[in-house]
Design a protein around this ligand. Structure first.
Ligand SMILES: Nc1ncnc2c1ncn2[C@@H]1O[C@H](COP(=O)(O)OP(=O)(O)O)[C@@H](O)[C@H]1O
Ligand SMILES: [Mg+2]
Length: 273
C-alpha cells in the first residue's frame, strides 16, 4: 500500500486535487482509501456523489456510547464511495470547542486496531490534511506506518508558500518515520502568475514543482453539481489532464530522489529570495 498525504493551506485546493487523484487511481484499477483530515469534512463529497458522510467523530460518539470498542468493524467507520473508493472523514469538534487534531489521532488509532492499513486491503491511501495549523494532531498522519509520499499544494501567494515552508518543517521532523516530500503542486490562482518564484521556493527548500495545475472553470461547474469529480465529468479539461499527469508522477517517484527538505527559518522567508 502506498500512502499519499496532500497537505496545504486552507482553501488552496487540497480536497479538489486529492479527490481527483483518488478518482484517477481508482479508475486505473487501484483500490483506494480516501481519508479527509480537515474539520471541514468535505474531502470525500465528490466521491460519494454529493453526500456529506457522517464523520468518524460523529460515529465514534454514537458507537462507543452503546458498544464495546472491541466490537468495532472497518465497515462501521468506512463509507463505500463511487469507483469503489472507501471514504472516511475525521471530522472535528464544534468550532471554538476542543481540538480538531484529536479526531485525526483517534481515527488513526482505530485504523491500527482494525488493521485497515494492512493485509493488502488497499493499494493507495489518500490523506487530505489541513496544513496551516501548527498542531501535532494534523501531523498525526506523519507517524510511523501511515504517511509515505508527501505532496504540498501551494499557489503563487506568499501565505501559501509560508504554510508550505511550515509543512516542510513537519516533514523534516518526521523524516525518520520514512516520510518524504515528493514535491509541490502549484495550483495557480492566476494563469499569469510568476512561476519562477514558486520554482525558486521549491529549489531553496530542496524539492521540486511536480505540476502546475491551471485554474479551470470545469472544476467550479462540477463542484456546483456535487455529483462527481472533474476528471470523471470533464476528462479532457485542462485541469483533468494536469491531474492525470500529476497522478503518474506521484506514482513513479521514489524516495531516493526526495531529499529531506531544508525549510527556511521565518527571517529568511520574509527576506529576499
Ligand atoms: N484548479 C482549480 N480551478 C478552479 N477552481 C479550483 C481549482 N482548485 C481549487 N478550486 C476551487 O477552490 C476552492 C477551494 O478548494 P478546496 O479543494 O476545497 O481547498 P482546500 O481543500 O485546500 O480547503 C473550491 O471551491 C474549488 O473548487
Ligand atoms: Mg479541503
Amino acid at each position: 500500500m502506498e500512502n499519499i498525504v496532500v497537505f496545504g493551506k486552507g482553501g488552496i485546493g487540497k480536497s479538489t486535487i486529492a479527490a481527483n487523484l483518488s478518482a484517477v487511481y481508482a479508475r486505473k484499477g487501484s483500490k483506494v482509501l480516501h481519508v479527509g483530515c480537515d474539520p471541514k469534512h468535505d474531502s470525500t463529497v465528490s466521491l460519494v456523489s454529493g453526500a456529506l458522510i457522517e464523520t468518524f467523530m460523529e460515529k465514534h460518539a454514537k458507537i462507543f456510547g452503546v458498544r464495546d470498542r472491541g466490537d468495532l468493524k472497518a465497515e462501521d467507520i468506512l463509507t463505500r464511495g463511487r469507483l469503489g473508493i472507501d471514504c472516511i472523514e475525521a471530522g472535528g469538534p464544534e468550532p471554538g470547542v476542543g481540538c480538531a487534531g484529536r479526531g485525526i489521532s483517534l481515527m488513526l488509532e482505530s485504523f491500527e486496531e482494525l488493521g485497515i492499513m494492512k493485509g493488502g486491503r488497499y493499494d493507495i491511501g489518500m490523506f487530505d490534511v489541513l496544513g496551516d495549523v501548527v498542531c501535532g494532531g494534523f501531523a498525526a498522519p506523519l507517524r510511523k506506518g501511515f504517511a509515505e509520499k508527501i505532496v504540498i499544494v501551494v499557489s503563487e501567494e506568499l501565505m501559501a508558500l509560508y504554510a508550505a515552508n511550515n509543512i516542510a518543517k513537519s516533514v523534516r521532523t518526521y523524516a525518520s518515520n520514512g516520510v518524504y516530500l515528493t514535491g509541490l503542486v502549484a495550483n495557480l490562482k492566476d494563469g499569469d502568475a510568476d512561476r519562477g518564484r514558486i520554482n525558486r521556493f521549491a529549489r531553496i527548500i530542496g524539492t521540486r514543482v511536480l505540476e502546475f495545475v491551471p485554474r479551470d472553470s470545469a472544476v467550479r461547474k462540477v463542484e456546483m453539481a456535487r455529483k462527481e469529480t472533474t476528471v470523471e465529468r470533464f476528462p479532457q479539461a485542462p485541469f483533468s489532464k494536469s491531474i492525470r499527469s500529476l497522478a503518474d508522477k506521484i506514482a513513479k517517484i521514489r524516495k531516493e530522489s526526495c531529499p529531506v527538505p531544508k525549510p527556511m527559518d521565518d527571517k529568511r522567508f520574509y527576506g529576499e529570495w
